[in-house]
Ligand binder design. Structure first.
Ligand code: JA8
Length: 260
């Protein structure tokens, strides 16, 4: 998987990518990340990357030319415009913006399948609309809050996509488990000690009864999802047993076993 990141602040990425799963993926040769300083592509002696908005108002807007020249240097002269003309995306060009579609695990899977991703980090009050009009195949936000720039959003996307690259997570176990419980929040986790300041580890987890533990975890995942993210439950693929448990939880019951 190759990522190309366009930013006015390349230094922001170093620490994050040097100490994370991303670093391990790079070291293993599974991921390549190229960070491009937009300023290097800005024409003129002063290498200006932003300007005042047409129509007035405060703040600054990122100029289109430096981003256009950077994209053409990275991807070739033809590809960026051709993708928009034909609608056939070979390399997603993602503009990070608070006005973008919300990033999701499904989007991370989609991006991973391309094998290559270009991320444009906006700053200031925004980016000249012609970057979207002419080049961006996707506009994405990581949440309904406003950051000072797209860099932290780009880091989040790089990490989420990198985890999906085959081989990065090591064994298959995590992936198998992910696919089973992908639509739900995770069950609670515990490790030693069995009691801390009166707070005990649930007895079932110490029982050694693995079938019973699996049932408890599934029920707790459903309980948490119902309480915290009922929206996820709507789309989740639930077994008949799951539905019985959810109904019991909705009635305020604490089913002991098998949803009785
Ligand atoms: C922002 Br400025 C800027 C650029 C990109 C993003 S993505 C997000 N949630 N906020 C702010």
């Amino acid at each position: 998987m190759r990522f190309d990141i366009l930013t006015l602040f390349p230094g922001l990425f170093r620490g994050v990518f040097e100490e994370s799963i991303v670093r391990r993926a790079i070291d293993a040769g599974l991921v390549t990340i190229a960070i491009h300083n937009i300023r290097d592509y800005a024409p003129g002696k002063h290498r200006i990357t932003d300007d005042a908005p047409y129509g007035g108002g405060g703040g600054m807007v990122m100029k289109v030319e430096p981003i256009a020249y950077a994209l053409e240097a990275i991807l070739g002269e033809d590809l960026p415009l051709r993708q928009k003309r034909t609608g056939l995306v070979e390399v997603p060009i993602v503009l990070l913006t608070p006005a973008g579609r919300l990033f999701s695990q499904a989007m991370a899977r989609e991006f991973e399948r391309y094998g290559r991703l270009v991320l444009i980090c906006g700053r200031y009050e925004g980016v000249d609309e012609r970057v979207s009009q002419l080049f961006a195949t996707h506009e994405v936000s990581i949440g309904d809050y406003v950051l000072s720039g797209g860099e932290i959003a780009a880091m989040a996307i790089v990490e989420a996509v990198t985890r999906l690259v085959p081989g990065v997570l090591g064994d298959m176990r995590a992936i198998v488990e992910d696919s089973h419980s992908a639509d739900l929040l995770e069950h609670p986790h515990y490790t030693r000690p069995p009691e801390f300041r009166g707070a005990k580890v649930p007895e079932v987890l110490l029982s050694g009864d693995h079938a019973e533990i699996a049932r408890w975890r599934r029920r707790e995942a459903l309980r948490r999802t119902l309480e915290r993210r009922p929206d996820l439950l709507e789309k989740a693929s639930l077994s008949d047993q799951d539905r019985l448990w959810v109904e019991a939880l909705r009635r305020g019951e604490t089913p002991s076993q098998e949803g009785e």
